[in-house]
Design a protein around this ligand. Structure first.
Ligand code: PMP
Length: 360
């Protein structure tokens, strides 16, 4: 038997203090907790995809540069020729590559709070100092003065800004983001994971500012299972970050499946449009309920506050609807819940459960 004091001798204290990323079991439930696209492919598409997979050479390593995948992404996302693309096993891995390439003694990672938890977690894994700047308590906008002060104090090497932000769903003011970019000498990463559902993209800032790179992912577009994230930016940056990437990080099945999926981009786009329409309906329906505060959203989820979040969450779970309870995490999210926009039927089931939970 391994002696736990030996483990404690060698695993760094800040790692021992963490909890491993927990994904609650969801078997047989209506799963509205993880910002996934709720639509599966129809039988014809699945058949065509399986034919593509028959060509897979699993005895060979994948193309280390994943060139065909990058070509497909460049086409559908209209990435300008002068910018390069670097791929990761989800954008989670891209965050890890960035932190690995940039971290060092006294180097600081800056991010808004509340925001995507992996910025802080990966900083901890890699021993980079993390500083979170609280968002405005009521509308979750950027408090520009606090940011400019934090930049002057900490001289951050790396700043992450999710646009739109998770878990709040809002897109920060472009004016504020540009002021932050101009104020810092460090690298600024704009994380556009929710771009498919947003009104606007900040891709043009990558060409305008030498210290800006942009992240996207295929996860929210309907391909979360493939694990494909991307970093877009000037070759001078990406060539360096590529040095810390493991050689075959995008496996053969992901490469073939992504190429195939991108040929059917219209189908994914149509699903996204449907999710946006259903988001508008869900927002309107939520706003008819009493004792609820509902925030607008430019993503595929909605944040709302109830009088007793944990009780409502448990009640929904008992009725087979899994959403995300944010209560007990960041103080600005007290009594907040986050629901992913599902199919119209799933959304109705959620609303019915919520109505019951609120009157229970
Ligand atoms: N960025 C943001 C803001 C997210 O919310 C998420 C996932 N929830 C990610 C990045 C990671 O996405 P993935 O690793 O699936 O590409």
């Amino acid at each position: 038997m391994t002696n736990s004091s030996v483990v404690a001798d060698w695993i760094r204290p800040e790692i021992r203090e963490l909890n491993a990323y927990h994904v609650p079991p969801a078997h047989g439930m209506i799963k509205l907790d993880a910002m996934e696209n709720p639509y599966r492919w129809d039988a014809t598409l699945v058949e065509q995809w399986l034919n593509v997979l028959r060509e897979a050479e699993l005895n060979r390593y994948p193309d280390p540069a994943a060139s065909s995948v990058k070509g497909g992404l460049r086409r559908v996302m209209q990435i300008p020729d002068e910018l390069d693309i670097l791929l990761g096993n989800g954008s989670d891995e891209i965050i890890q590559l960035l932190v690995m390439a940039v971290s060092g003694q006294n180097r600081v990672l800056l991010a808004p709070e509340p925001s995507f938890v992996m910025y802080r977690m990966i900083a901890t894994f890699i021993n980079m100092r993390y500083v979170g700047i609280p968002l405005h308590a009521t509308d979750f906008s950027i408090e520009l003065d606090a940011w400019l002060q934090a930049i002057a104090t900490h001289q951050p090497a790396l700043t992450f800004i999710a646009y739109p932000n998770n878990p709040t769903g809002n897109a920060f003011s472009q004016h504020d983001i540009e002021k932050i970019i101009q104020a810092t000498k460090g690298l600024v990463i704009i994380d556009e994971a929710y771009e498919p559902f947003a009104e606007h993209s900040l891709l043009s800032l990558v060409n305008r500012y030498p210290n800006v790179l942009l992240m996207r992912t295929l996860s929210k577009l309907g391909l979360a299972g493939l694990r494909l994230g991307m970093l877009i930016g000037a070759p001078a940056w990406l060539n360096e970050i590529d040095k810390v990437r493991l050689p075959y990080n995008i496996n053969v099945l992901t490469q073939l499946s992504t190429e195939f999926a991108l040929q059917h981009y219209k189908t994914l786009k149509a699903q996204t449009e449907q999710i946006k329409r259903d988001r508008a309906q869900l927002l309107a329906d939520l706003r008819t309920l009493k004792n609820l505060h509902v925030w607008d959203s430019q993503a595929n989820f909605i944040l709302f506050r109830v009088p007793h979040a944990k009780a409502v969450f448990e009640h929904l779970k008992q009725q087979g609807v899994l959403i995300k309870c944010l209560d007990g995490g960041h103080p600005l999210l007290a009594n907040c819940l986050r629901v992913t926009v599902g199919t119209a039927t799933e959304n109705q089931a959620f609303l019915a459960g919520l109505r019951m939970a609120l009157t229970a």
